[in-house]
Design a protein around this ligand. Structure first.
Ligand SMILES: Nc1ncnc2c1ncn2[C@@H]1O[C@H](COP(=O)(O)OP(=O)(O)OP(=O)(O)O)[C@@H](O)[C@H]1O
Ligand SMILES: [Mg+2]
Length: 236
C-alpha cells in the first residue's frame, strides 16, 4: 500500500473555448475510496483524466509524492499509468486485434514481463472479475458487460497504488455492477488500493468514503462518510 497522497492544485482545463475545469483543489489520501459525482458535462471525466495523467491540464498541477504528474512527459505519464496508476476509461478501449487475455496482459508485457507469466497473471484477473471463459475471444465477440470487465481486469493487473475508473458499471446490469463494486471494495479494504471513481449512480456512489460533487467544473461539495454513514446512505 502506498502512503503517498495525490494532490491537485488550481486545475483548469478547457476544450477550445468551452471550460471543463474551472479551478479544482483536491487532496486524495492513500487508501481512500473517492467518488466523483455531478451532472453530465460537469467535468468528471476531465478531472479524472487530469488526476491520472491522461491529459495535462491547461493550468494547475497534480503531484503524487515527489512525482509531478502534470509536469511529466507523455512517456513518463504512460509509464506511471502502467505501474503506479490503473486507469479504466468510460468507453472500453480494448485493443480489437488482441484476445481478452492478451489485452489484460498488455500492461505487464509493456513493462517487460515475460509473455507466459504475464498471460498467466492476466488469466487469474479475468477469473477474479468473473469472465475467465472469454480469455481467448477478441473484443468484437464480447458483450458490453464482458468487455467492461476485461477492461477492469486490465486496469487491475499491475496492482497499481491508485485505480482511476470512469463509470466502471455503466454498461453492466445491477447484479454485475454489484459484483464489480464488491470487488473494488475488497481491493480497497484488503490491499489498501486507493480508488477514484466517477459515477452518476447513487448506488455506486454509496460505496465511497469521500464524495467530490462537481458543478460546472468546480467542486460544489466535498463530503466524507464514516462506515456507519456509508451503510445508512446505501440503505436510503
Ligand atoms: N474532447 C472534447 N472536446 C470538446 N469538448 C469536450 C471534450 N470532452 C469534454 N468536453 C466538454 O467539457 C465539459 C466537461 O466534459 P466531461 O466529459 O469532463 O464531463 P462529464 O462530467 O464526464 O460528463 P458525462 O457524465 O456525460 O460523462 C463538457 O461541457 C463537455 O462537452
Ligand atoms: Mg464522463
Amino acid at each position: 500500500m502506498s502512503t503517498t497522497p495525490l494532490i491537485a492544485t488550481g486545475l483548469r482545463h478547457a476544450y477550445g473555448n468551452r471550460p471543463a475545469l474551472a479551478g479544482i483543489d483536491l487532496r486524495i489520501e492513500p487508501g481512500d475510496f473517492v467518488v466523483i459525482t455531478g451532472a453530465s458535462g460537469s467535468g468528471k471525466s476531465t478531472l479524472l483524466h487530469a488526476l491520472a495523467g491522461v491529459i495535462v491540464p491547461d493550468a494547475g498541477s497534480v503531484r503524487f509524492g515527489d512525482v509531478s504528474v502534470s509536469g511529466a512527459s507523455e512517456e513518463a505519464r504512460s509509464a506511471l499509468r502502467r505501474t503506479r496508476f490503473g486507469v479504466l476509461f468510460q468507453f472500453g478501449q480494448l485493443v480489437e486485434e488482441l484476445t481478452a487475455v492478451e489485452n489484460v496482459a498488455l500492461p505487464l508485457l509493456l513493462g517487460g514481463m515475460p509473455r507466459r507469466t504475464a498471460e498467466a497473471r492476466a488469466g487469474e484477473w479475468l477469473g477474479r472479475v468473473g469472465v475467465a471463459e472469454v480469455a481467448g475471444q477478441v473484443p468484437g465477440e464480447l458483450s458490453g458487460g464482458q468487455a467492461q470487465r476485461v477492461a477492469l481486469a486490465r486496469a487491475l493487473v499491475s496492482e497499481a497504488d491508485i485505480l482511476f475508473a470512469d463509470e466502471p458499471t455503466g454498461a453492466l446490469d445491477s447484479l454485475a455492477a454489484e459484483a464489480v463494486m464488491d470487488l473494488l471494495s475488497e481491493l480497497n479494504a484488503d490491499l489498501g488500493a486507493t480508488i477514484v471513481l466517477v459515477t452518476h449512480e447513487p448506488r455506486v456512489a454509496a460505496y465511497g468514503r469521500t464524495e467530490v460533487h462537481l458543478r460546472d467544473g468546480r467542486i460544489d461539495t466535498l463530503s466524507s462518510y464514516g462506515q456507519d454513514d456509508v451503510i445508512a446512505q446505501a440503505l436510503r
